[in-house]
Write a protein that binds this ligand. Sequence first.
Ligand code: PEP
Ligand code: MG
Length: 591
Amino acid sequence: MSGQIKGEKIYRGIPVSAGVCRGKVLVLHQARHVIARRRIADTELAGEIKRFEQALVRTRQQMVEIQRRVIQNTGASEGDIFDAHMLMLEDRVVIDEVIRMIQEQKSNADFAFHTVTDRYIAAMAREEDEFFRERVDVLRDTSGRVLDNLLEVKDSFDLKRLNEPCILVGHDLSPSMTAQLDRKYVLGFATDIGGKTSHTAILARSLDIPAIVGAQTLSEELETGDYALLDGYNGTVIVNPTDQTLFEYGQLAQIQASLNEKLREIQNQPAVTLDGKTIHLSANIEDQHDIESVLAHGAEGVGLFRTEFLFINRDQLPTEEEQYQVYRQVAAALKPHPVIIRTLDLGGDKFASHLQLAREMNPFLGWRAIRFCLAQPEMFRAQIRAILRASPEGRVKMMYPMISGLDELNQANALVEKCKAELRADQIPFNEAMKIGAMIEIPSAALIADALAKKVSFFSIGSNDLIQYTLAADRTNEKVSHLYEPTHPAILRLIKMTVDAAHAHGIWAGVCGEIAGDPVLTPLLLGLGVDELSAAPAVLDQVKYIIRRVKLSEARELATFALASESSAEIFARCVKFARETAPSLFEGQS
Ligand code: PEP
Ligand code: MG
């Protein structure tokens, strides 16, 4: 069903992960169910009907549960809409027709159900009467859920079923879905919504696959089977690229290949400026499978281990032992380099489906990260104990996300002391001197950095959140992406305050948000006095490349200029100019 679009057509979005890929498009909502007709043997007909009836029962149970949660969270009137869904599940006309089709045509239940409901949906959509047209969505939603149950699809599309390379296009892709993507089959992806520092975008960089977000109505305009080129440098999807376009992209590929050659040459060299300042360059990881990539890109350890990815896409919480095994493995593989394990940061745009948390109005301002952990001491305790137990296996450090004030820090530290006492009593070894740091990602934390600095051994600035909270611009919302400005004077002042407070108290300050992996901003961060940068392994080579071409004295001049400026745009333009002059090879072929 491809080929709606004739000739080349270009769609634009926000580039979030570099690289170019081309291939067949798979539009997620169109691919929600792959339904094939199967012939059922006479002896299996009764079982097939039972399977259908069980799917109806299961769907009903799910709808009752959803209705219960909606009523609990929003009030009874909102929950009423599900009555219509449930009535449809009991519609004898439809049910009998499906059963007849299974029996008479010896058809599999999913095919029979899909065929019958599709006919009703088409007929209702044609009706003039508003009453019927309003019910189309309900029928579509209900039948989709029945098919989910018949086909045992857990998510809206089971990405594990992919069996040929494709470019994924969808309205949205949740971080949990993105975490399941198989690089063998997903060449790249594009979504209608999303921001540059959403966790979906972060995962794309981590998986090192080209991606764009915020492409508006792309998923409605493209069809599964269309042929497209996705440019993750410039944020475009080009459907039916012409020979001329393919030729130009061939040239870009050559430029990239020669840059990659240059980057490989410095992979094992230190990240040191021309005037001798060494910057600690480390990697951001999501799980133990990223170790290979950390080593391949010459990172000096891990500056941010986002442990929440061990908690999502599974049916139960990972046990202390299970977590210990993972932390241990990462620490041992990267020894003698440090591994900074960040304690659980669930909430915001990352959820563990099995925890069944109530929906919040403002999840980024709600029950997230350290707030959630302090309210779930048993779960937090298991993680802290696992980290402590892994600490003798390498240079393990631990840091807390979303610290907003001293109280949280004190409470978390008290829990750590309790865990240490337990381990001591049980004679379980751990490193007594394991360093603990705080993420600075809430403006209040940056403003009281001098007080926090007395309680921790390091700071790691989480610029992704620091920017969204300071500028009140949701990091996942493309509609406010123009306000999400890393070079906003307010952000630079908060970074400077944090770094100065750290240094005044004899501790170091790093950056582990996405700005740490953007070579355009590297000189500015060095000039602001940052000691460590931690980013996705695939972008570290470029950051190191520019560090090795910069003079710290010039980076400081750039920072002085930036701190005196009142305009984000002016600061950004100066950073771009500086970076392009310092390391022109990094920007060749980019608009
Ligand atoms: C950040 O906020 O900058 C950060 C590194 O943490 P996360 O992106 O996981 O919220
Ligand atoms: Mg954060």
